[in-house]
Write a protein that binds this ligand. Structure first.
Ligand code: SAH
Length: 295
């Protein structure tokens, strides 16, 4: 049963993505619409070097591949995509690995778009999408061999809650791969307004990177890899997004853009705003082991 009620926050995030329709996904002719050019991969791009001349869509697909390859799954596996967007990463994961992918999202429009993408793809039997909240998922314990959460966990106010759910549905030995936003260093006072505006408009929060090992352990997982990929992702993505904005509003600098509620030109200057890639593994009986050690 996938139509359980969502939390109020998840409802609002879902409505935001309902409005973030397909006109935002490709660079189009309408200069007034914020066509950021993400393609079907609704997340930041990964550029090998700051000057590398590839589009946001290409760079975003590359980051999808980096996540997929860390799952280490094949056609015998079931994978959960937490926060599946319009289905680009799930379809790509199915093509690249042969695994069965289930995606969840809190946006009904995304469910429709992802469904249409699947219908047009030969992999349709291998991919399904459900409307569900990541903090209470309609799946049995240990029902997935791997889970990925590509730029979705930052929308969930309590990461412990969602990590607990992921730990529940992931089988022992299964891998979790996610991306998240964190502060590489305290944000300087003069740049805080950009980060605050982004947090409000995108309904997101950053994590303290040092909290991850404990949060994962409490969810029955051990962290295996945390990489700071900010230099390859954040500044350039904000620059690409603000280029689109500038084409529509050529006279606005960072300050004016702030007043007009576009955080991107300002965010392109915030080196302290970081992006991480994390891999963790579900352990068999961590709770028992810890309880046993205490005796
Ligand atoms: N991973 C996708 C989409 C990223 S956008 C991609 O990379 O293309 C963030 C996604 O997280 C959206 O699909 C949004 O609906 C989903 N999301 C946010 N909060 C959620 C929640 N509480 N439960 C499930 N999905 C959620």
């Amino acid at each position: 049963m996938s139509d359980q009620p969502l939390t109020a926050v998840a409802e609002d995030v879902g409505k935001m993505y309902d409005q973030f329709g397909d006109e935002c996904l490709t660079v189009g002719a309408d200069e007034d619409a914020p066509n950021f050019g993400f393609g079907e991969h609704l997340h930041f791009g990964y550029w090998e070097t700051p000057a590398e001349d590839v589009s946001l869509a290409v760079a975003a697909t590359r980051l999808t591949d980096m996540v997929i390859d860390r799952l280490r799954v094949d056609r015998t596996h079931r994978v959960l995509d937490v926060g599946c967007g319009v289905g680009g990463p799930a379809l790509r994961a199915a093509r690249r690995t042969g695994a069965h992918i289930t995606g969840i999202t809190v946006s009904r429009d995304q469910i429709a778009q992802a469904g249409a993408a699947v219908a047009a793809d030969a992999r349709s039997a291998q991919v399904d999408f459900q409307y569900a909240d990541a903090i209470s998922m309609p799946f049995e314990d240990s029902s997935f061999d791997a889970v990925f959460a590509l730029e979705s966990i930052m929308h969930i106010p309590d990461r412990r809650q969602v990590l607990g759910e992921i730990g529940r549905v992931l089988r022992p030995g299964g891998r979790l791969v996610l991306t998240d936003f964190f502060e590489r260093a305290p944000i300087p006072e003069n740049k805080l307004p950009y980060v605050q505006l982004l947090s409000q408009t995108a309904m997101m929060s950053t994590v303290r990177v040092e909290d991850y090992p404990t949060m994962l352990r409490d969810a029955g997982m051990l962290f295996e890899e945390i990489v700071d990929i900010s230099e390859h992702t954040t500044r350039r993505t904000f620059k690409e997004m603000s280029k689109v904005w500038e084409r529509a509003h050529p006279t606005l600098g960072p300050q004016e853009a702030l007043a007009s509620s576009d955080p991107c030109p300002g965010m392109a200057t915030v080196d302290e705003f970081g992006y991480l890639l994390l891999v963790a593994v579900r352990v068999g009986s961590l709770t028992n082991r810890i309880a046993g050690q205490r005796q």
